[in-house]
Write a protein that binds this ligand. Structure first.
Ligand SMILES: Cc1ncc(COP(=O)(O)O)c(C=O)c1O
Length: 398
């Protein structure tokens, strides 16, 4: 056979092989489903709410109020705002990677050693750190359902499996949770008080649960709303640390202190657990303005008291108005209310939007007949009640 035929055959063969190797990961034929890690294809992106200004422009309305994300309606802590002004000129520097001053202040406030405290870019980041530190792909986490949607998202994104245990009469069913623990369970999530119900577990029940479950489990006790609790029977994670060796208690500056936009939360656990999580943590995970604001906010007792009073009075105002309308709602230990919506959650959300009141439909939480609203300023609560009554009356006359 002439040599040139051999050369051409080899060249054509090489081209075919290299093209087939590239498929399906390169060029136009890239199959993204094969490119992403296992399990990512099935995740749904967090629905990105439009900015209020954009919604208003589209609907041709002005002066909307937002009661959708359990934020503080009073704004941020004034002391925090003052403190970050002075910090602005240092933004050329990286933040303090150890969070020295804030952790020292938290340590003093809660009488806990500094090495049992971790800071996060929102408490959400500490959920993520816990999972990345402890959950191997294929292992299971357990949660009540409905609860905060972020737990499942983080577990599944890490290749874990989430087992959901239904609430019983809107309360976390600790007995069923205990029964659902299996050989592959590694992490247990409990939001106390729970979002979106506002219900809370007692110290007695939660302590018994923690003492009963296998010691090796990592228990994430999310206390994002704990500061709003007034009932002394409700569990407090700080008093539970000694009752389970692997308890991670989460707190946030997003709610009571009004710093949701800065993203800062903190966690308490054993020295060993915090040490492992610090190995996974990015060195500068909490920005410098957030650290400065949080430090000042911790000391802003006047703002804390104003917020707690506002929430307490607002809940009474909303409860009275809803009862007058004959609408049922869950008793709450938080700054939000889960409300039964006779028109259905989604339709209520859409119609309230047109009235300039932004609330949260609960279909993504598996509660299509409910809405959740955050306690607002007194005038915002009135606005909600009036708009809610209006849409109910419109429906009755339709
Ligand atoms: C149960 C629960 N945990 C945590 C958070 C948010 O935490 P952060 O803003 O600190 O990330 C929320 C906010 O809605 C929540 O409801």
């Amino acid at each position: 056979m002439p040599k040139w035929i051999i050369y051409i055959s080899l060249a054509l063969g090489y081209k075919a092989i290299s093209a087939s190797k590239r498929h399906p990961f390169w060029g136009e034929r890239t199959d993204m489903k094969k490119l992403v890690r296992d399990g990512i294809e099935q995740l749904v992106p967090y629905p990105p709410g439009k900015p209020i200004e954009e919604l208003e422009r589209e609907l041709g309305i002005t002066g909307s109020i937002k009661l959708a994300s359990n934020e503080n309606p009073l704004g941020p802590s004034p002391k925090a705002m003052e403190a970050i002004k002075e910090k602005l000129s240092t933004l050329n520097r990286y933040p303090d990677g150890s969070g020295y001053y804030l952790k020292s202040s938290l340590s003093e406030k809660f009488d806990l050693p500094v090495d049992q405290i971790i800071l996060g870019n929102g408490s959400n980041e500490i959920i993520e750190l816990t999972i990345r530190t402890f959950l191997n792909p294929g292992e299971e986490a357990l949660q009540p359902f409905p609860t905060f949607l972020v737990y499942e998202k983080i577990v599944r994104a890490a290749g874990g499996k989430m087992i959901s245990v239904p609430l019983k009469d809107f309360n976390i069913d600790l007995n069923s949770m205990k029964r659902a623990i299996g050989p592959h369970t590694k992490v247990v999530f409990i939001a106390n008080p729970n979002n979106p119900t506002g219900a809370a577990l007692s110290q007695k029940d939660l302590m018994a649960f923690l003492q009963d479950i296998p010691e090796h489990l990592i228990v994430v006790l999310d206390e994002a709303y704990i500061e709003f609790v007034t009932d002394p029977e409700v569990a407090n994670g700080l008093n539970l640390l000694e009752h389970h060796p692997h308890l991670v208690v989460l707190r946030t500056f997003s709610k009571l202190y009004g710093l949701a936009g800065l993203r800062i939360g903190y966690g308490f656990s054993s020295k060993k657990i915090i040490n492992y999580m610090n190995r996974v943590r990015q060195p500068f995970n909490v920005n410098s303005l957030a650290q400065t604001a949080a430090l000042a906010a911790l000391d802003d007792e006047a703002f804390v008291q104003r917020t707690l009073e506002l929430v307490r009075d607002g809940l009474k105002q909303l409860a009275t108005g809803l009862k007058q309308m004959g609408i049922s709602f869950m008793p709450t230990h938080t700054n939000f209310l889960l409300i039964k919506a006779p028109l259905g959650g989604k339709a209520t959300y859409e119609r309230m939007l047109r009235e300039g009141v932004i609330i949260r439909a609960m279909d993504s939480f598996g509660l299509p007949d409910h809405i959740r609203i955050t306690v607002g300023l007194p005038e915002e609560n009135i606005r909600f009640l009036k708009a809610f009554q209006k849409i109910l009356e419109e429906e009755a006359h339709a």
